[in-house]
Design a protein around this ligand. Sequence first.
Ligand code: NAD
Length: 488
Amino acid sequence: TMAYSKAVLVLENFIGGKFVPCSSYIDSYNPSTGDVYCRVPDSGKEEVEAAVKAAKDAFPIWSSKSPLERSQILNKLADLIEHDLEVFAQAESKDQGKTITFARTVDIPRAVYNFRFFASSILHHTTECTEMATMGCVHYTSRAPVGVAGLISPWNLPLYLLTWKIAPAIACGNTVVAKPSEMTSVTAWMMCKLLEKAGVPHGVVNVVFGTGAKAGEALVCHPDVPLISFTGSTLTAQRITEKSAPHCKRLSLELGGKNPAIIFDDADLTQCIPTTLRSSFANQGEICLCTSRIFVQRGIYSEFLKRFVAEVKKWKVGNPSDPTVDMGALISKEHLEKVRSYVKKAQAEGARVLCGEGVDSLALPTGNQKGYFMLPTVIAEVKDESCCMQEEIFGPVTCVVAFDTEEEVIERANSVKYGLAATVWSSSVGRVHRVAQRLQSGLVWTNCWLVRDLNLPFGGMKASGIGREGAKDSYEFFTEVKTITIKH
Ligand code: NAD
């Protein structure tokens, strides 16, 4: 066994309002240095059992509180996280490898906003009512929380995505057992420390840490957890669907993407280029919404490529805690190797790597030599059938290809198994409408990227998921509806 210095952070599960140690632990790495800096509980059936029991016990009290009471508690929690925003941002950056700037401006503010948003939206729902005058009847619907919700989240936007589930689940009156990714558990653990102060009763939010195979699967298979909200890969979602089938669980699945950006020759390149740079490489390309197939109309193809690659080369990769850095480290050594292997495959197939991996050299600060870094990489002359154009790479790699007509590009953009997000660049209103209507994609951004109104549905089609999340969609997912008929 390895010896751990005192500096190593040891996390504990949070069950029934108490931190409880676990009998075994998993090492967690700092991606920017390659050092083990944290130990995460390796929970299994026993821990999940205790957490589900605590959540079940807390359900009667929590579900009978008024929406206003719950709303006030969620707002308080938002305030407390916001008060510690900088500490949370530092922790997220260290744990995940993302830049401190991204954590400060995107991850943690959004986690705060998730609580504020659902604290507000829960106060504004109305149910349906119809009248059958000739029968002397009115019908109305009534919604009630479901029970214990199982929430499973990935490593790319740790607290952001976990709170996007916890907030609507508890706002609706459910109690939860959450399992964050074993690679990024620290901010969830930090949040647990604030729950009591916010007034969240014991057992309403329970967090079990551990791997997907052990802790995640125990949660998915637990008979007393009637609904699972999952964000992660398509492969894991298939497994979860299979494992939960005997219990007929309600599932919300937010999965991978292979998102196209379609750039027409009338696009405003001064806006399109910096936005496409971000959409390809923000958070090291580790966002399900990141662009990884850029289709450029033939007439502007070479100009776009020249200007785009020049901007990509300016991106600074390095120590995530340096506020001038644009891109930090990838999540793990294995993931870095996987992402790199895609670039090699593309080269072997005859594609051209225009910048980044294998082409340019990466100079890293002394303390970061063992970190999991790579340069943002642009690949051109790659075939649509190539694995780089079909599979989700989930790293800082983007492919650029030319197209001729609108009809052609719609077909090519749709010719992948995924359907999460697409971006369309054109100054023709008619064209953006036409194209947006025909793309097989849960979200279409035209002349922008990652602008979200949480009121509206979020989610993917095809292999990108099942179900939607948002003000109304999350409310519907996290409640059970009943139709009641009254005859006078
Ligand atoms: P992953 O599927 O490996 O893991 C996600 C979570 O599921 C983790 O907490 C993991 O421990 C758990 N898990 C793994 N196996 C499990 C099992 N058998 N049973 C229960 N739980 C299990 O995904 P990841 O690598 O952490 O995240 C990256 C993926 O997430 C990418 O595919 C990305 O596109 C996707 N993603 C999607 C969205 C979205 O909103 N659509 C957002 C972010 C990330």
